[in-house]
Design a protein. Structure first.
Length: 349
C-alpha cells in the first residue's frame, strides 16, 4: 500500500509529501457529474455503490495519496431525528430547527450501524475496492459545526440563532451538545470499525468565535470525542488510526486548537504555514494550506505557491499537503491534476 499519508500523519520519514484534497470528489470532475446526473446528492450519500464509485474517482484521475469517503457532515442530523433535504442552489435544509427544549428533547443518540449503516457499508466496500492502494479517510462534522446547521436550519451568515442559544440558554445548549457529541463519537467509532484508516473532524465554523468562546462552546466537545476515541484505541476496541482536526479560519485559534488532542491539525490559507507551525509547537504535524481559489492561477504560478507551502512546512514534524478548504466546482480539472504532480515532484527526497 502507498502508506505515505499515514506515515506523514505519524510524523515519520516519507519519500515525498503526500497530498489529498478536501472535496476531491466533486463537480469539477466530469466523471462525478455523470454519476450525479443519475441520482440526487442524498441518494448518492446513501447508496454504497455510488459512494464507492465517486470516492474512487480522484484516486484514478488525480493520483492523490489518500481517498476520503464521499458523504456529508449532516448525515448524523437525520439519524438523530431531524429532517434533512438538499435543494439545488440552496444547500441543505434541516427541519424543524433545534431552538427550544421541545426540539432538543426529541433528538436521540442513534446506533450508527442501524441508522447510518449505508456509510459503514460504503467504507467496507471501499476498502475492498481500494485493495490497499491508498488509505481511506472517514470523517464527521465537529459538534459545533454540526449544531450550527441543526439550529439555523441550514447555512448562516451570522449564526444568530446559534449564539442566542449559547448566550441566552446555556443549559439547553449544553444538553443539546452532549447529544451531538455522543452521536459523532459513536459514528466515528463505527467508521473506524468498518475500516476507515484515518478520520478527520471538520470544524468549518469554529472561527465564528473569540478564542475564549471557542474553547468553551466548540473545542471542549471535540476534546471529549478525541479523548474517547483514543481511549477506545488504547483498549483495543477500535484500531489505532490518525485523528485530524480541521478548523476554518484557523489563525486566531491556534493556541486553543493545539490542545485538541488530535494527531494532525489542518490549517487554512489565512496564515503562513510556518507561522502556524511555530504557534502549534514542537512536534506539530500539519495539513494544508493552499488557497483553494489559487487553483485558477496559471500553472507556473500555482507551482510557485506549491514551492512556498512546501518550504514553509519544512519545520513541521510531518506535513500532508492540502488546500486550505475544499476545491470549488468551477476549478479547472487540469490544474488539480497538475497540483498533485507538482507536490510529488517538488517534495521528492
Amino acid at each position: 500500500m502507498n502508506d505515505t499519508f499515514l506515515k506523514a500523519c505519524r510524523g515519520e520519514a516519507v519519500p515525498y509529501t503526500p497530498i489529498w484534497i478536501m472535496r476531491q470528489a466533486g463537480r469539477y470532475l466530469e466523471e462525478y457529474r455523470a454519476v450525479r446526473g443519475k441520482a440526487d446528492f442524498l441518494t448518492m450519500c446513501k447508496t454504497p455503490e455510488l459512494t464507492t464509485e465517486v470516492t474512487l474517482q480522484p484516486i484514478d484521475i488525480l493520483n492523490v495519496d489518500a481517498a476520503i469517503l464521499f458523504c456529508d457532515i449532516l448525515i448524523p442530523c437525520e439519524a438523530m431525528g431531524q429532517g434533512l433535504e438538499f435543494h439545488e442552489g440552496k444547500g441543505p435544509i434541516l427541519f424543524p430547527e433545534i431552538r427550544d427544549e421541545e426540539t432538543v428533547n426529541k433528538l436521540f443518540v442513534p446506533d450508527p450501524e442501524d441508522t447510518m449503516k449505508f456509510v459503514m457499508d460504503a467504507i467496507r466496500m471501499l476498502r475492498k475496492e481500494l485493495s490497499d492502494r491508498v488509505p481511506l479517510i472517514g470523517f464527521a462534522g465537529a459538534p459545533l459545526t454540526t449544531a450550527t446547521y441543526m439550529i439555523e436550519g441550514g447555512t448562516s451568515k451570522n449564526f444568530l440563532n446559534t449564539k442566542r442559544m449559547i448566550f441566552e440558554a446555556p443549559d439547553l445548549y449544553s444538553t443539546f451538545m452532549d447529544k451531538v457529541t455522543a452521536t459523532i463519537t459513536e459514528y466515528l467509532k463505527a467508521q473506524i470499525s468498518a475500516g476507515a484508516q484515518a478520520v478527520q473532524i471538520f470544524d468549518t465554523w469554529g472561527g465564528i468565535f473569540s478564542p475564549e468562546d471557542f474553547r468553551e462552546y466548540a473545542l471542549r466537545y471535540v476534546q471529549i470525542i478525541i479523548k474517547d476515541l483514543k481511549s477506545a484505541m488504547a483498549s483495543g476496541s477500535i484500531n489505532q488510526v490518525p485523528l485530524i482536526y480541521f478548523v476554518g479560519e484557523t489563525a486566531g485559534l491556534l493556541e486553543e486548537i493545539k490542545t485538541s488532542g488530535a494527531d494532525v491539525h489542518g490549517v487554512d490559507w489565512r496564515i503562513n504555514l510556518d507561522d502556524a507551525i511555530s504557534r502549534l509547537g514542537d512536534g506539530a504535524v500539519v495539513q494544508g494550506n493552499l488557497d483553494p481559489l489559487s487553483m485558477f492561477l496559471p500553472q507556473d504560478k500555482i507551482e510557485e505557491r506549491v514551492k512556498d507551502v512546501l518550504k514553509r512546512a519544512a519545520s513541521a514534524k510531518g506535513h500532508i499537503f492540502n488546500l486550505g478548504h475544499g476545491v470549488v466546482p468551477q476549478t479547472p480539472r487540469d490544474n488539480v491534476i497538475a497540483l498533485v504532480e507538482m507536490v510529488h515532484r517538488l517534495s521528492k527526497k
